[in-house]
Write a protein that binds this ligand. Sequence first.
Ligand code: AMP
Length: 493
Amino acid sequence: MNLFTLLDQAAARFGDRGAVFHGRRQVCTWSELRERALRLAASIRQSVPAGARIAIASENRPEIVELMFAIWAAECVVVPVNFKLHVREMLQILDDAGAALVFTSAKIGAALAPATEMPVEVVTGASYQNRFTTAPSDPPDTDPAALAWLFYTSGTTGRSKGAMLSHRNLIAMTVAHLADFDAADQNCSLVHGAPMSHGSGLYIAPYVLRGARQVVPESGAFEPEEFLDLCDHHPGCATFLAPTMVQRLVQTGRPRPRQLRTIVYGGGPMYVDSLKRALAAFGPIFTQLYGQGEAPMTITGLRQADHLGADDVVLGSVGYARSGVDVAVRRPDGTLAEIGEIGEIVCRGDVVMAGYWNNPDATAATLHDGWLRTGDMGCFDTRGYLTLRDRSKDVVISGGSNIYPREVEEVLLEHPAVLEACVVGAPDADWGEVVVAFVVGQVEPADLDAHLLQRIARFKRPKRYEFVDELPKNSYGKILKRELRDRLADQLT
Ligand code: AMP
């Protein structure tokens, strides 16, 4: 089974209804979307073999929907690239994936094309339009274990790793979403608020299967006013948002748009106070997911009904295991932790990735007997709710984006005036967490900013620098991050 089947079914059932919308404007019907994807698939296969990795690097755009289904119909692998990354970081991903072709927006194309030999094609350009003159290919018949999506996560060593997601993985995610969270139908819409290269793009699959509209805001990004207007216009809106985005919606002070039915939040911690404010502003339309690229959107969750009258323990938890997923908490020796005892969260099921692309060492460290080691620490309570306590992977999650301290530290240390650097996350009411860098050296923050901006994405830059004479270390010389985090916490109190 190939994910293209989902579109095939929607086209058969809902052929002449609107499928993809750019803002309020209808771009195509389901029949047209199917036809466009098959023409695009045929043209792609004229230049690349089955199994080729094809990247998409763009702000949110309507073409992303047809491209994904075309790449699957061509039996190739989608490699979505976060459009907020620095060109240097995008190139690392493209190289690692061995991408044969990159589709981009005009803006990203202009930055990327001069930096690579790889073919870069702008989706608003003439050569892209020409592809639709190719005769459509036949719908594919694919082994469900074939790769469908390389999901790039930032590695703790600074190198991105590509989680290999098969058609089966994404179909298991689709079924769990429809079963647990949102049984959407043809009178519903998915409004893309978060980047389609990650969570929002993964959710295309369940909503396409049910013939629900795909609505892409014209700004290509998340603008709260525009987003709320679209949720007043399109029927039965559902969306996936990072916790920071939910806060930005609440901060507009606007009431819930009449058509906004479901907000799935997750991908980073949502503080209980923020969740309560969101529930008070919009009512019980919230659903929480806990997942990661390695088990896309599907480890545990809290349904809308679970939020009703829930106590702070439940609201502060990540809920309970999703349909078709086994979740457990293990001690370092691999035995099961008791209720209330913190250990590493592991899971297994059809959503779990096949491994990391071209990275057998990382795969061996992460997958054991079909169980995925999430790197997240947590514990179950007596009622079966899982609460995250810490991340063994040390990642900072700011505004829904993952930032790996090591990556920022390495770049800081490239600056000649920086002797030592240590990066940690500090709690922040707006962003969830912000990046703070402790630096030993005589240097101006503006210099460090300029240095970082030339090398890594803007969102990874520290929001604050703390200049210190030395970093606290243990007897092995390992920096005591916990102590630095405590110092930041003390400043807050
Ligand atoms: P990514 O692979 O980029 O999607 O990041 C996944 C990581 O985000 C997980 O391993 C968790 O550390 C964190 N995360 C995901 N969902 C939640 C949630 N609902 N609450 C807290 N942290 C989360």
